[in-house]
Design a binder for this molecule. Sequence first.
Ligand code: ADP
Ligand code: MG
Ligand code: MG
Length: 350
Amino acid sequence: IMIKLGVIFGGRSGEHEISLMSAASVINALDKTKFKPFFFGITKEGRWKHFEGTAAEIESGQWEKTATEFNPGRLKELVDFVLPILHGPYGEDGTIQGMFEMLDIPYAGCGVLASAVAMDKAVAKDIFAKAGLPICKHALSYAEDFTLDKGKADEKRLKKEAEKIEAKVPYPMFVKPANMGSSVGITKAKDRDGLCKALIEAAKYDRRIVIEEGLDCRELETGVIGNHHPEAAAVGEILPSSEFYDYRAKYFDGGQSKVCVPADIPEKIKEEVRDIAVRAYMALDCAGFSRVDFFLEKKTGRVYINEINTIPGFTKFSMFSKLWEEAGVPYSQLIERIVDFGYERYHAKN
Ligand code: ADP
Ligand code: MG
Ligand code: MG
């Protein structure tokens, strides 16, 4: 039987374009004898549209020109299953997953709870810590505590906030909006002045801001799929083209950022990474699939969990896909397994 598969792409977040690339790649790889794809795009303004063109038009952004208004409440009339390929707020954070639950439609990936928790770097860290997983030193700030109306800095309170952070976290620091992705709004701060600027920058994206000790590290990632008995893929390494893996390095430096699959590290560290990845996945109650990211501290050889991305970049050449390819699961089969896990979870609950 043919599954009517709704692919949802675009979205209101800063990662709209990344989503278009992933969606186009997934659509091209779908086995058309098993899936009849339907396309739903969300514009940057948050409007839903039904699109009946090609993957190429989705990738280039041209889709918006011919797509027609669509009421997402009608999703279940058109499709059997949905595959949200959206990154960041209003896509990866549990909001759209909640809508799927309300509509009683099976979907790929994490549910409401895991999506929301994984997207919030502060709450996720608390849960990792409680599960006994290694995390780096960090602090949490609220934009309201150092800004005036319209995000303007309140210099006096900003200085106080910086002092409070300095008491908990050593320089250099990474300052991040709690709910984001693709390095949007993230700055590395080397001193007080840098910290203050970084806080104001992060406050543009979220009122909750996470400040972490900046580790001198290598970056490792693994993919996890499954529901109650998840499995980890191979372990890969990111070799960023700039000082850290920022938005440019991730998507625009003409492939100068390299990914190395499998990572050139001792087997023992790979096992540690895979073990922590599965435990972290379970701790957050993830389902379907996620990519779990790590830091390997150079001078100590210690492994720290950084974050779980519940909808990682998902082109054929993305890290997540490569890690599974390396583990023996080719791209189109990976998509099918993720759909199967979505159905399994739906039937387990219903
Ligand atoms: P995002 O969800 O936007 O990917 P991350 O927390 O993964 O945010 O941070 C983006 C990048 O910034 C990381 O891939 C890494 O290069 C760098 N980075 C973030 N936090 C740290 C840290 N504590 N120490 C060293 N590098 C970091
Ligand atoms: Mg992320
Ligand atoms: Mg990241």
